[in-house]
Write a protein that binds this ligand. Sequence first.
Ligand code: ZN
Ligand code: ZN
Length: 87
Amino acid sequence: MAKVICSKHGIQFGMMVCGHVNDAIETNRHLRYTPSSHPDIEGTWLCDQCVCEFEKIRLDSDLDAFLSRIKPPCVVCARAWERMSSE
Ligand SMILES: [Zn+2]
Ligand SMILES: [Zn+2]
């Protein structure tokens, strides 16, 4: 499982999000996301753009490129951001 070292919360792991959501968490910006239900990336938080991109993937190489942009956020920061985003 990929892990991340948060400057506020230390070592965190257990979640995956697309790079856009990761940026939004880090900069505290609002961004709509959908947890994926696809078996390859189940539970990964994807922004609308990445949901569209993922649906268009047909080749393994495209899937690899997509997965290389998936990042592990700090779980504590992600949960705080989730609360802020849903308010
Ligand atoms: Zn995205
Ligand atoms: Zn954190």
